[in-house]
Design a protein around this ligand. Structure first.
Ligand code: DC
Length: 232
């Protein structure tokens, strides 16, 4: 493995990208970037300020003055808007829906891409999302594409439900994720795709440690059976 490389992890909602991305970055001593958090932050702040999520002109004017602060530590990736940490707030299902809406706008994608490239300019980054290996970092040293069955991805979303005491029915979450998959993969601008040179991992029946091991083994060019993981 070369020094301070760029590693991308793409895939649909609930495939395990952010958990694996965070742990992979920790193992390598790299910065973890959650590209979805940028789309969520744009949508969250636009809604708060009453900016239309679907109209390019007001969105462009809003983005000119929008500069969230980004930090990363052992617990992961943090976004601060107007001095307040919004890392948790932007995780809601509503913010995810809004993010998928603004993500169809080319100017929003351009804004996010520029921010990500700036943060990754010195390498040493694990970045996850829907277009990291295809559009944002096509020259990345290692590309992974994580997937899992719709039912498994919905169950994972239900497991980390924190917004209401009672999580919604699994079928409702499945319908929501299927709608988001469709929007993310059918948009004209940088749709969700498997990058040509990506290693595809189906995480349906794998633990996080198993996925992490497979990724680390590919990065280090060794057999995953020979890899011992340090406890995270
Ligand atoms: O990964 P996430 O759930 O936080 O992403 C929220 C939405 O943001 C997702 O439905 C589509 C959009 N997104 C995108 O279009 N491209 C990315 N690289 C990351 C997220």
């Amino acid at each position: 493995m070369g020094p301070r490389e760029i590693i991308t992890i793409d895939g649909p909602a609930g495939a395990g990208k952010s958990t694996v991305g965070r742990l992979l970055a920790q193992s390598l001593g790299y910065l973890y970037l959650d590209s979805g958090a940028f789309y969520r932050a744009v949508a969250w702040q636009a809604r708060r300020l009453g900016v239309s999520l679907d109209d390019p002109e007001p969105l462009q004017a809003f983005l000119k003055g929008f500069a969230p602060e980004v930090t990363a530590d052992d617990r992961g990736f943090h976004l601060v808007i107007d001095g307040a940490e919004v890392t948790e707030e932007i995780r809601s299902a509503a913010a995810g829906r809004d993010a998928s809406r603004v993500a169809v706008q080319p100017l929003v994608r351009e804004w996010v891409k520029e921010h990500l490239r700036h943060l990754a300019k010195n390498g040493g980054v694990v970045t996850d999302g829907r277009d990291q290996g295809t559009a944002v970092f096509p020259g990345a040293a290692h590309k992974f594409y994580l997937d899992a069955s719709l039912a498994t991805r919905a169950e994972r979303r239900r497991q980390d439900w924190r917004q209401e005491s009672e999580p919604p029915e699994l079928t409702g979450i499945m319908a929501e994720i299927a709608a988001r998959d469709l929007r993310d993969s059918s948009r004209s601008e940088a749709p969700l795709r498997v990058p040509e040179d990506a290693v595809v991992i189906d995480t349906t029946d794998l633990s996080i440690d198993e996925v992490l091991k497979q990724c680390l083994a590919r990065i280090r060019g060794i057999d995953s059976g020979r890899l011992e993981l340090k406890p995270s």
